[in-house]
Design a binder for this molecule. Structure first.
Ligand code: ATP
Ligand code: MG
Length: 332
């Protein structure tokens, strides 16, 4: 397949280890797109950790863990640009013109930001919490991608990014030669996998099964997952969201559809559902977990991947910033 826009950008917060929601929500799509020829950019959004907490803890450790997982799932470090946005000044400077293109009431209406404020560890809502979707527009637009593979919670941010690109072009770009593309979000078959408490599986909410978990940990966590009392297992994402999310997880691991898995489990109840899904998860992730353990022995390699990615991201951000300053009349 040839991609219309061969550049793909996506990213993650260094707030903990990757979980199954990340894998089936976005990571798997990244690997697929790269294998189809996409030039993959992965931003590790370290400043964004400060949106919902005062201090970004264990940053260096979490950044390294994310790089480790990227390589373990099959992202090719020779071709992908993996970088931390704090290391790319040109990208960060795009935030200023972009902030001028969005209204305060648009920022206040963002549904994902509202949900994150509800789960925030901070007593007061910071300016960063409110404006980080604009910073994210800079993360995305600096490299002018066509596609952004993300989970469902990112759709409002992608819409804000598209709005900013459109408004920037309309205000500053010469007619017929836009500076920025309007990138498309790419959702997967599992755009919002649920955690063991029935809410969105999240690194920060203590409800996740990580890619790095052992088989026993996986079994224990899934045994504790919230379900319902109906012994007959059925796939009904609206009526039975927790049961259906588990079915979807098991089905994705086995490369089949969730309805057929539900029929196979039949009247087995939550216990049979959970043990089936546990086996499916452990079978699917066994080779990835083994590769992860192997890669973890060479920390120098992980740091080198990041150093190279940061250098490449800076080259591209500097070029984009020069173009932005040019069309804004700020080259003196
Ligand atoms: P945190 O709780 O710290 O915000 P997170 O689990 O939400 O962590 P992020 O780093 O914010 O993870 O998100 C990285 C990417 O993974 C985003 O594209 C996001 O949409 C996707 N994602 C996160 N959680 C899920 C989920 N439960 N299902 C599907 N996709 C998800
Ligand atoms: Mg998040």
């Amino acid at each position: 397949m040839t991609l219309a826009h061969p550049r793909v950008l996506t990213g993650d917060r260094p707030t903990g280890r990757f979980h199954l929601g990340h894998y089936f929500g976005t990571l798997q799509n990244r690997v697929r797109l790269q294998s189809e020829g996409a030039e993959l950019f992965v931003v590790i959004a370290d400043y964004q950790v400060l949106t919902d907490r005062d201090v970004a803890e264990r940053l260096a450790e979490y950044v390294e863990e994310l790089v480790l997982d990227y390589l373990a799932i099959g992202i090719d470090p020779e071709r992908a640009v993996i970088f931390t946005h704090s290391a790319v000044p040109g990208l960060n400077q795009l935030l200023l013109p972009f902030l001028s293109l969005i209204s305060a009431s648009e920022l206040h209406r963002n549904p994902t930001v509202k949900d994150e404020i509800a789960h925030s560890q901070q007593a007061a809502v910071s300016g960063l919490m409110l404006t980080y979707p604009v910073h994210q527009a800079a993360d995305i637009l600096f490299c002018k991608p066509g596609l952004v593979p993300v989970g469902q919670d990112q759709l409002p941010h992608l819409e804000a990014t598209r709005t900013i690109a459109r408004r920037f072009n309309a205000r500053y770009a010469p007619p017929g030669s836009p500076v920025f593309p309007e990138p498309q979000a790419l959702l997967s078959a599992a755009p919002r996998l649920l955690g063991t408490d029935g809410g969105k599986m999240s690194k920060s909410r203590d409800n996740a099964v990580t890619l790095a978990a052992t088989e026993d940990e996986t079994a224990q966590l899934l045994r504790g997952a919230k379900t319902d009392a109906d012994r007959r297992i059925s796939y009904d994402p609206v009526g039975r969201p927790e049961v259906s999310s588990l079915l979807l997880l098991g089905a994705l691991c086995q490369g089949r559809d969730p309805q057929s898995l539900a029929e196979e489990i039949g009247d087995g109840g939550a216990a049979r559902l959970k043990s089936t899904v546990t086996d499916a998860v452990n079978d699917y992730f066994r080779p990835i977990r083994a590769r992860r353990a192997e890669l973890a022995t060479d920390r120098g390699h992980l740091r080198a991947v990041l150093t190279r990615g940061n250098a490449r991201a800076n080259e591209i951000a500097d070029r984009t910033l020069a173009q932005v300053l040019e069309v804004m009349g700020m080259r003196y």
